[in-house]
Design a protein around this ligand. Structure first.
Ligand SMILES: *[C@@H]1O[C@H](CO)[C@@H](O)[C@H](O)[C@H]1NC(C)=O
Ligand SMILES: *[C@@H]1O[C@H](CO)[C@@H](O)[C@H](O)[C@H]1NC(C)=O
Ligand SMILES: *[C@@H]1O[C@H](CO)[C@@H](O)[C@H](O)[C@H]1NC(C)=O
Ligand SMILES: *[C@@H]1O[C@H](CO)[C@@H](O)[C@H](O)[C@H]1NC(C)=O
Ligand SMILES: *[C@@H]1O[C@H](CO)[C@@H](O)[C@H](O)[C@H]1NC(C)=O
Ligand SMILES: *[C@@H]1O[C@H](CO)[C@@H](O)[C@H](O)[C@H]1NC(C)=O
Ligand SMILES: *[C@@H]1O[C@H](CO)[C@@H](O)[C@H](O)[C@H]1NC(C)=O
Length: 470
């Protein structure tokens, strides 16, 4: 219970506190305490008395160690000043105890930011730490990029406290800041600071300690993998199973959820598994839809969260009514290539599900067996170093045995060949002399695809002795 007494006796004047009452502007814009020091040191069982004065109604904020309801706390509020136009408040704490050590603040009830404070140490040789250690060490959370604080505040500002890691390793003190009001602060905590720590001090030959267990929440998602990304083609009535695998740091906890078209119907069953490897944690979530319907087509997303970390991956599922093969000419039934071309590809338009088997025939025989320059790439036939003999009738046979689906398509390949004159390839004869009036036959053999047209041209010989030499 807090006793509030109204006390109209004038306050005892203490130093700066009872300055003349000239109510000039700016004075008491914040409340004023009767102690000018930033800190006070008193002994256990002594009475702590603090006076506060201001222009508006006042309020005290006490250290967390002072119970909200404590018979030792008294607050006396009065009107004060020459014209009684000020507010005064006196805090009395008796007996004061080590756990009451902390910051005492007086502020305006309506303007919390306007405040005055003093830090009070209440020394107790049997209680050097503000907090008494319980059986279980306190847990301190470590976060990446943040300071790590072991909050072993002390009741005596002169206390000599050391930080020890169990089992008895002294830390590197260059990285550590001691503050009697806060404890030990580690500026950039490393892995060294994971474990059991103790703040220790010796008073009159007795060792006191405050123990802490640091915990580093792990939220690192290393990888999210869906066993089929891109498009998944399936058939109505078939089973769909998607396996979302998450790799995370050791000790991490992740949650995996799915969004999918028929989620509202709850048509999927989801099974979760966790396993550990030497270095990582693996989490699996396998979504299964036993019999797909048309409505199940669409986007499937696997969402992964671990603390503030988030990742997701997706795949699109296409559901066909039934298996099918659609096979059509791309550029009509006749295609043309040129002899000497590096490669030529015969590619009809093919859409099918599931993937069909494909065989190419040339003139009724399996193409790949006829010539080493032929090979099947996915469902196209590729001809390397096109030659005249590659011209012919090609047939693509497609089939999905399981469903008894077959489709054939025939194409004609025309290979164009540049015209060539046969005689030019034989050694060209020197122009000979023939008898005037005799009958001579000149031969020209030519080949090409399409067949070339032959045209003769006659170039008259230059007159004898031409050009003239004069
Ligand atoms: C404070 O008071 C308690 C009980 O009133 C007494 O047992 C204790 O010895 C006192 N401590 C000091 C430091 O005076
Ligand atoms: C802390 O150590 C210093 C130097 O060793 C000593 O002067 C001081 O009295 C010690 N303080 C306490 C509270 O034991
Ligand atoms: C899911 O995939 C992982 C590999 O990515 C595999 O190890 C695991 O066994 C799969 N889960 C199931 C239930 O098949
Ligand atoms: C994905 O994983 C599930 C479960 O392990 C499996 O049944 C399914 O066949 C896999 N899908 C692909 C495309 O590998
Ligand atoms: C899923 O729910 C929708 C709306 O409630 C309904 O129209 C649809 O038929 C359901 N589909 C299945 C497969 O149950
Ligand atoms: C699906 O995933 C891809 C790459 O993983 C991403 O680019 C795309 O935006 C995602 N789609 C949706 C709808 O989330
Ligand atoms: C496709 O060709 C194969 C072999 O020539 C033949 O047995 C089959 O009947 C043909 N199928 C169709 C649908 O034309």
């Amino acid at each position: 219970m807090i006793f509030i007494q109204l006390n109209y006796q004038p306050l005892t004047c203490l130093s700066a506190f009872c300055l003349k009452d000239t109510d000039t502007k700016g004075r008491f814009s914040s409340p004023v305490l009767d102690v000018t020091e930033k800190q006070l040191i008193i002994e256990r069982n002594q009475t702590l008395q603090l006076n506060c004065r201001g222009r508006w109604e006042l309020q005290w904020v006490l250290p967390s160690g002072v119970p909200k309801v404590f018979h030792g706390t008294q607050i006396e509020e009065t009107r004060c000043g020459k014209k009684n136009n000020h507010y005064c408040s006196r805090l009395i704490l008796s007996p004061s105890l080590a756990q009451h050590t902390g910051s005492y603040r007086c502020r305006y009830r309506q303007k919390h930011r306007k405040q005055a404070s003093v830090y009070v140490y209440i020394t107790d040789s049997q209680r050097p730490f503000v907090k008494v250690q319980s059986e279980i060490p306190d847990v301190v959370y470590m976060k990446e990029g943040e300071l790590l604080v072991f909050p072993c505040r002390v009741t005596n500002p002169g206390a000599n406290v050391s930080l020890v890691k169990y089992p008895f390793i002294a830390p590197d003190y260059r990285n550590i800041i001691w503050n009697s009001r806060q404890g030990f602060t580690i500026r950039s905590p490393t892995f060294f600071y994971i474990g059991l720590f103790s703040c220790e001090t010796i008073v009159n030959g007795v060792k006191y300690s405050n123990r802490f267990l640091t915990h580093r929440p792990v939220n690192k998602i290393l990888d999210v993998y869906l066993n089929s990304t891109g498009l998944v083609h399936t058939l109505q009535g078939q089973m769909l199973a998607l396996n979302c695998t998450v790799t995370a740091e050791w000790n991490a906890r992740v949650s995996i959820s799915w969004t999918y078209p028929q989620k509202a119907n709850g048509s999927a069953t989801i099974i979760r598994r966790i396993s550990r490897s030497r270095t990582n944690m693996l989490f699996y979530s396998v979504l299964t839809i036993p019999r797909l319907s048309k409505a199940d087509r669409g986007l499937y997303k696997c969402h992964v969260t671990s603390g503030p970390s988030k990742r997701e991956t997706n795949t699109t599922v296409i559901v066909y009514n039934q298996p099918f093969i659609q096979l059509k000419h791309r550029d009509g039934p006749v295609v043309q290539a040129s002899a000497g071309q590096k490669s030529f590809r015969l590619t009809p338009k093919l859409r099918a599900f599931p993937a069909p088997e494909v065989i190419w025939l040339k003139d009724g025989m399996v193409a790949a067996e006829q010539c080493s320059r032929y090979h099947v790439d996915r469902f196209s036939l590729v001809i390397r170093d096109v030659a005249e003999e590659d011209a012919g009738i090609y047939t693509i046979l497609t089939g999905i045995q399981q469903y008894g689906l077959f489709q054939n398509l025939t194409l004609t390949l025309v290979v164009n060949v540049k015209p060539q004159i046969g005689e030019k390839t034989v050694s060209s004869r020197q122009p000979g002399t023939v008898q005037r009036g005799s009958r001579q036959a000149l031969h020209c053999t030519s080949h090409g695809v399409p067949p070339p047209q032959i045209q003769w041209l006659w170039h008259p010989c230059p007159p004898k002795g031409f050009p003239l030499r004069l």
